[in-house]
Design a protein around this ligand. Sequence first.
Ligand SMILES: [Mn+2]
Length: 193
Amino acid sequence: MTILWGAVNRPKQTQEISGDTYVVKEFAPDGLMVAVIDGLGGGEEAARAALGAAEIVQNHPDYPLEDIIRRAHSALHNTRGAVIALLRLNLKEHKASYIGVGNIGIYVQSAQPIKPISKNGILGYRLPPALLQLHYPYNSGDTFVLYSDGISSRFALDGKIDPSLAPQAVAESILANYGKTIDDATVVVVRDD
Ligand SMILES: [Mn+2]
């Protein structure tokens, strides 16, 4: 039960501030919370929205995922809004839970198929009519990749992550190969070895 992770977050070309952010947080006794959040638009206002949602994830990693989504939705009413991919692992039981709202991606390279999806919506404006929470058992060595839409969706089709690469190297290589310079881009890679 060793958690390995890596992350990259870079602003779009000509911007100094990324409107994306991410959270990776271990919490007692056996939890790991992972989020990628993309604030709508770009620059400071986008970052403000993304960081507002990130703060709620950071402060309440043990809350039910639906509660975190609803709290973030309320907190972002006066912002441009954001989309979010929210993944929680129980490192002892090897269980994964996921809720995604809006155009944001997750790809899992796993021994058994794990194919979470996100539902349309925008935190701060419009939640999906029913939040879709997905649950999966996972195996040691499975690799979870959360990414914002600054990463080309070709990435998930091409798939195939080299399992000998450390998560940080995986994240950097995904950004290098699939990052779009016209958007903020974030990749978080988590592996429970
Ligand atoms: Mn984006």
